[in-house]
Design a protein around this ligand. Structure first.
Ligand SMILES: [Zn+2]
Length: 153
């Protein structure tokens, strides 16, 4: 019985990896292998981030629920240092992070992004839906203090 259960767990992990790889390939293709926030163009440094987390019912592995993000922006997005995108597609960075004086990474990876619009797929049909983009914003503390590491989408 234990062996059957272990085989089932392995099979589920295999299917999950396949699903994640397929989702990543579709999202990176849609964004022409560019980070939607900073425009970094190195596929090996990009992830496919879910806008609505895949643990939620609406968190489907479809391109319209995905963003191609570099590793730093994916982590920042998942931990709410980047709250999402405003209705006019401006990238919203946590105000506490914007107040920090923390060297070149903070200045270029976060502060500079506030002046940018989301890099959008060439076809609007496969771009992120407004509903998905805005769904993350209610959980984002616009007037929050210093950044906290315990937040996750
Ligand atoms: Zn980036």
């Amino acid at each position: 019985m234990k062996l059957i259960l272990q085989a089932q767990v392995c099979y589920i992990r295999f299917l999950t990896r396949l699903h994640q790889q397929a989702f990543r390939a579709r999202v990176l293709k849609a964004y022409r292998s560019r980070c939607a926030f900073c425009r970094l163009r190195h596929a090996e440094l990009l992830d496919a981030a879910h806008i609505i987390p895949d643990r939620e019912a609406a968190g489907e592995p479809v391109v319209t629920n995905g963003l191609a993000l570099c590793k730093i922006h994916h982590a920042a997005y998942d931990r709410m240092f980047i709250g999402g995108v405003s209705p006019d597609y401006k990238i919203i960075v946590e105000p506490g992070l914007l107040r920090e004086e923390d060297g070149p990474c903070c200045a270029t990876a976060f502060k500079a992004c506030t002046a940018l619009n989301l890099f959008y797929p060439a076809s609007a049909k496969i771009g992120p839906t407004g509903t998905a983009l805005l769904s993350a914003l209610p959980n984002f503390a616009i007037n929050s203090g210093p950044a906290r590491l315990d937040r996750q989408r």
